[in-house]
Design a binder for this molecule. Structure first.
Ligand code: IPM
Ligand code: SF4
Length: 466
């Protein structure tokens, strides 16, 4: 029978079919953070249960960690310090590998897992975090779960999993200069809506997707959850295979293992006559840089556009919150803060894009601009390439890795009324600080905002370089 890639991944990990809609699904890898794991461990301890396969779990301190550049990081907030020390104690007790607060490779889970070769095509990867959809970029089924499910996963390495429906989004055409995967995914979310993929696993395909680097694909799959998707997938191709081999020396160095892996990965695609429940087609060739104007990631328009009419009460409320009026152009809007980082756009290619845009320019007066790399490895690489030095010379703050101002659970919090150009994934009310306003955009666009002090069409600055 013809199958979608999604069904192939589910079927190869199904331990038991529970009923028509639910299976018991095996997880190759379970990732954890300090934020969603404490109650799960407490539950295990209450029942006297152990972790079934500790080596198939990995934890990191990510959400509450301070990012100030001190050599040794001390978590000042007592509750946050307790979360981190609890994670350490639980990982020690259960024999689970941990990227601890001062570990050189610590970072956001979705940045560190692929860079350490933990994600390979065909895997099922689960984490108590919604952006686990990121791993679809490598042909792995990743999705987020809640705390009670984390407990079940630790105890059994399985999960009761409700099957999703299949959506295919085909995007053809070449991305124009100055646009990125971030613009592509913001455009898709704006078109299908923040609930448009609810209940579906989305498979992305088409020539635009094929031309994206693996890191750009991470951005795309990461944000698919902002359209409500329960997973995102891209069938592994040569780009994905090369990324995985480069990050998995053990696999690349073992000829037998590598041959078996490659043979398996070649089977990971949707059969030509596989049936999708819904299909969309988009064209990337007319894409412009996209900016959000509201408080939901689907409230977005091209930077050349204007704030739309509020179509309903929630859009009216969004306009009130963001202090914008229908008909106002987005371009030229003054910002006070720039945040570059997160599991969406805190990778090395994102930072390269930023320095490409700023060139010799400096952060505009009155703007505070912060770069928080997604992981210790990204930070090291950026320092090695001279990116960090350029950022600092331009007036950016160069921070230590973590989620930081993506959700402001540490001390990187915006003051009320502050308007921020942000490379993150959620512009919800209060996400970066109570009363703070978030405009989602690409790293290149955030860099343009940093040096001009306003929302700016990055294509103009790039044209100046040419
Ligand atoms: C804290 C965590 C549960 C949450 C998520 O699941 O995504 C966070 O990472 C976020 O981005 O809002
Ligand atoms: S960087 Fe942001 S989106 Fe990603 S895991 Fe952290 S808080 Fe969530």
């Amino acid at each position: 029978m013809s199958k979608t890639l999604y069904r192939k991944l589910v079927d190869s990990h199904t331990v038991a079919q529970l009923d028509e809609d639910n299976v018991l699904l095996y997880a190759d890898l379970h990732l954890m953070n300090e934020y969603t794991s404490p109650q799960a461990f407490a539950g295990l301890h209450e029942r006297g249960l152990a972790t079934l396969y500790p080596g198939q779990n990995v934890a990191t301190v990510s959400h509450i960690i301070p990012t100030h550049p001190d050599k040794f990081r001390i978590i000042g907030d007592a509750d946050s310090a307790l979360q981190a020390s609890n994670l350490k104690r639980n990982c020690d007790k259960h024999g689970i590998p941990l990227f601890d607060t001062n570990d050189r490779w610590q970072g956001i889970e979705h940045v560190i897992a692929p860079e350490h070769g933990m994600i390979r095509p065909g895997m099922v990867v689960i984490c108590g975090d919604s952006h686990t959809t990121t791993y679809g970029a490598l042909g792995a089924l990743g999705f987020g779960i809640g705390t009670t499910e984390v407990e079940h996963l630790l105890a059994t390495q399985t999960l009761v999993y409700r099957l999703a429906r299949d959506m295919r989004i085909r995007i053809d055409g070449a991305l124009p200069a100055g646009t990125t995967a971030k613009d592509l995914v913001l455009m898709v979310i704006a078109r299908i809506g923040a609930q448009g993929a609810r209940g579906y696993v989305v498979e992305f395909c088409g020539s635009a997707i094929a031309s994206l680097s693996t890191e750009a694909r991470f951005t795309l799959c990461n944000m698919a959850v902002e359209a409500g998707a329960r997973g995102a997938l891209i069938a592994p191709d040569e780009t994905a295979v090369q990324y995985v081999l480069a990050h998995c020396p053990d696999l690349a160095g073992d000829a037998g293992l590598k041959a078996r892996a490659l043979a398996h990965w070649q089977t990971l695609f949707s059969d030509p006559d596989a049936r999708f429940d819904i299909e969309y087609d988009f064209d990337a060739s007319g894409l412009a840089p996209i900016v959000t104007w509201g408080t939901s990631p689907d409230q977005a328009v091209p930077v050349t556009g204007v704030v739309p009419e509020a179509a309903n009460a929630s859009e009216a409320r969004a306009l009130q919150y963001t202090g914008l009026a229908s008909g106002m152009p987005l371009e030229g809007l003054t910002i006070q803060h720039v945040f570059i980082g997160s599991c969406t756009n805190g990778r090395i290619e994102d930072l390269r894009a930023v320095v490409d845009v700023i060139g010799e320019r400096k952060v505009a007066p009155g703007v505070r601009a912060m770069v928080v790399p997604g992981s210790g490895a990204v930070r090291d690489q950026a320092e090695h390439e001279g990116i960090a030095a350029k950022l600092v010379a331009a007036g950016f703050e160069w921070r230590k890795p973590g989620c930081s101002m993506c959700l402001a659970m540490n001390d990187d919090v915006l003051a009320p009324g502050t308007r921020c150009a942000s490379t993150t994934n959620r512009n919800f009310e209060g996400r970066q600080g109570r009363g703070a306003i978030t405009h989602l955009m690409s790293p290149a666009m955030a860099a343009a905002a940093a040096v001009t002090g306003t929302i700016t069409d990055v294509r103009r600055l790039l044209a100046d370089h040419a």
